[in-house]
Write a protein that binds this ligand. Structure first.
Ligand SMILES: Cc1cc2nc3c(=O)[nH]c(=O)nc-3n(C[C@H](O)[C@H](O)[C@H](O)COP(=O)(O)OP(=O)(O)OC[C@H]3O[C@@H](n4cnc5c(N)ncnc54)[C@H](O)[C@@H]3O)c2cc1C
Length: 432
C-alpha cells in the first residue's frame, strides 16, 4: 500500500506497478480517474498521493541507459534511487551535484520536487543539473525536454510535482570527486546572528553547510545550535558507502511518549553529544548526507497518527519572524525533534514552481496532535506568507490555495502545462 512519508493524510492507496517503460499506459485520455506517478514516497505531505484517482509506482523503472565515466553524464529511468546511482558512479569518481537528505528518493521524485541539498549556495538545486528528460503525457505524446527542446515544458516539469506528465528517462550531470569521504567540521553557536556569521564565512570556503538547532532552548538570540560544514575529501578510497539501515524503529510507539519533555531532553542530549566533535574529521558520505537513512522506518517513531514536517524559507531581511515562530512553538507546548537551518544562495530557480530562493530555510517535525498541531502550523504559515516567505510543497499538507498563490506567483503560467489526466491530493487543494 502507498502513503506519504509522514502518514498524513492517513490514507493508503494501491498502485499500478509497471516493470518496463513500455508497460506504462499509452494513453489515458478520457479516463474517469486521474493518474499520478509515485516515486519512493519520501514526500511528507500529500503531493505523492491521489486518492480520487490512481497511482503509478515507478520504482521498477530503474534501468540505467548510459554513463559516461569521462564527463560524469548519466542517463537512467526515473525509478533509479539516488543510492542506486551512487553505487554505480562513486567508484568511478562521480557524485550527485545536489542531493537531498535521503538516498532513497528516486530521480523522478528529485526532479519533480526540484530538491535542494546542503550546497544550494554554490550548486543551486537538482534541476540545475538536469540536461534532458523524456515526458509521457496522458494523451500518449512523448516529449523530449531540455533547455533547447520544449524549454517551457522543461521549466514547468522541474519542481512541477509530477503534474505535467510521467518522466520516463532523465539525463543529469554529476560532479567529480577524489574520495568517497567527507571532511566535516562542527561548531557550536548561539542565536541566529552567530549562525549568519558562520554561514557567511562557510559559504566562501565550503561546498556544504547546514545547522541543527534546538528551537526550544531560547529566542532568536538565545537558541543553541551546531553548525556543520563539509567538503568532499581530497584523498581516500572511491568506495560506495553502503546505505543499509543498521537500526530499525519499532513499528508502534505510543504517541504520548513524544511530548515537549522528551523532545527537550532529546535536543539537550544531541547537543551535549555533538558539540565537542573534532573539526576536520573524515567520515563516509552516507553519515554526512543521509544520517536518517540509517534508521529504517524512522517515521514510525511518531506513532500511527503520523507527523507534520514544516519547512519554509524567509527573505534575509525578515529575521525577526524567526522569533515569532519560536514563540508560537514554545506557547503551543509542542516541540520539534529535528530542526534544521540552512541559508540558500542567490540562484534563479530551475523550475517554474521551485521552492528554493534566497533566504534562510527552516525545517521542523511535529508529532500529529490533531487540531492543536494544525493550528500551530497555520499560525506559522500566516507569519511566513505575510513576511514574503514560502513553504515547501514536498513537506506540506495544510497550505491553503491562497497561500500557495502567494508563494508561487507563476501558478497561472504553470497551469497551462499541467496534464489534464494527472492530479494529486495536493494539487486539488492548492490549485483552487
Ligand atoms: C529523510 C528525508 C530527508 C529529506 N531531505 C530533503 C532535502 O534535504 N531537500 C529536499 O529538497 N527534500 C528532502 N526530502 C524530501 C524528498 O527528497 C522529496 O520529497 C523527494 O521528491 C522524494 O522523492 P520520491 O522519489 O520519494 O518521490 P515521491 O515522494 O514518491 O513523489 C514526489 C513527487 O514526484 C512526483 N514523481 C515521482 N516520480 C515521478 C515520475 N517518474 N514522473 C513524474 N513525476 C514523478 C510525484 O508525483 C510527486 O509529486 C527529504 C525526505 C526525507 C524522507
Amino acid at each position: 500500500m502507498y502513503r506519504s512519508w509522514a502518514y498524513i493524510p492517513e490514507v493508503e492507496q494501491s498502485a499500478k506497478v509497471p516493470q518496463w517503460v513500455a508497460d506504462l499506459p499509452t494513453s489515458t485520455t478520457g479516463a474517469a480517474n486521474s493518474v499520478l506517478a509515485y516515486g519512493a514516497g519520501r514526500s511528507y505531505g500529500d503531493s505523492c498521493i491521489n486518492t480520487d484517482g490512481k497511482l503509478i509506482d515507478t520504482q521498477q523503472l530503474r534501468h540505467f541507459i548510459s554513463f559516461d565515466v569521462d564527463t560524469g553524464v548519466v542517463t537512467a529511468e526515473p525509478g533509479v534511487t539516488l543510492d542506486q546511482l551512487l553505487r554505480l558512479t562513486v567508484p568511478k569518481g562521480w557524485f550527485l551535484s545536489v542531493t537531498p537528505g535521503t538516498s532513497y528518493a528516486t530521480l523522478g521524485g528529485a526532479l519533480a520536487n526540484d530538491v535542494h541539498g546542503k550546497n544550494h549556495h554554490c550548486k543551486g538545486t537538482f534541476g540545475h543539473h538536469v540536461k534532458q528528460f523524456k515526458l509521457l503525457r496522458t494523451d500518449g505524446q512523448e516529449l523530449v525536454c531540455s533547455e533547447n527542446e520544449n524549454p517551457d515544458m522543461f521549466k514547468a516539469t522541474i519542481g512541477g510535482m509530477g503534474l505535467t506528465g510521467i518522466i520516463t528517462q532523465i539525463t543529469i550531470s554529476l560532479q567529480a570527486i577524489k574520495s568517497a569521504n567527507m571532511t566535516v567540521s562542527t561548531q557550536p553557536f548561539v542565536g541566529l546572528f552567530e549562525y549568519l556569521k558562520l554561514s557567511k564565512i562557510s559559504n566562501q570556503q565550503d561546498q556544504y553547510s547546514v545547522a541543527w538547532i534546538d528551537c526550544m532552548s531560547g529566542d532568536m538570540e538565545g537558541f543553541k545550535g551546531l553548525f556543520y560544514s563539509a567538503n568532499h575529501a581530497k584523498t581516500g578510497e572511491l568506495a560506495y558507502d553502503e546505505a543499509q539501515s543498521s537500526l530499525s524503529a519499532p513499528s508502534i510507539i505510543p504517541s504520548y511518549l513524544l511530548n515537549k519533555y522528551s523532545v527537550t531532553a532529546f535536543n539537550k542530549l544531541y547537543y551535549a553529544k555533538n558539540k565537542g566533535n573534532k573539526s576536520g574529521i573524515n567520515q563516509g558520505y552516507h553519515s554526512f548526507f543521509y544520517p536518517l537513512d540509517k534508521v529504517a522506518n524512522w517515521n514510525n517513531i511518531y506513532g500511527k497518527k503520523g507527523f507534520y514536517q514544516c519547512q519554509f524559507i524567509l527573505p534575509l531581511d525578515q529575521n525577526e519572524v524567526f522569533d515569532q515562530v519560536f514563540t508560537k512553538i514554545r506557547q503551543s507546548g509542542m516541540g520539534s525533534f529535528l530542526t534544521v537551518l540552512k541559508e540558500f544562495g542567490v540562484y534563479e530557480s530551475a523550475g517554474m514552481l521551485s521552492f528554493p530562493r534566497p533566504g534562510i530555510c527552516l525545517a521542523m517535525d511535529f508529532s500529529n496532535r490533531g487540531n492543536s498541531t494544525m493550528k500551530l502550523l497555520k499560525d506559522i504559515e500566516h507569519l511566513v506568507i505575510n513576511a514574503g516567505g514560502s513553504i515547501y510543497p514536498a513537506k506540506d499538507k495544510l497550505m491553503s490555495a491562497e497561500s500557495f498563490r502567494h508563494c508561487y506567483p507563476a501558478l497561472d503560467d504553470f497551469k497551462r502545462y499541467v496534464d489534464p489526466g494527472i492530479s494529486s491530493n495536493y494539487w486539488r487543494r492548492v490549485s483552487g
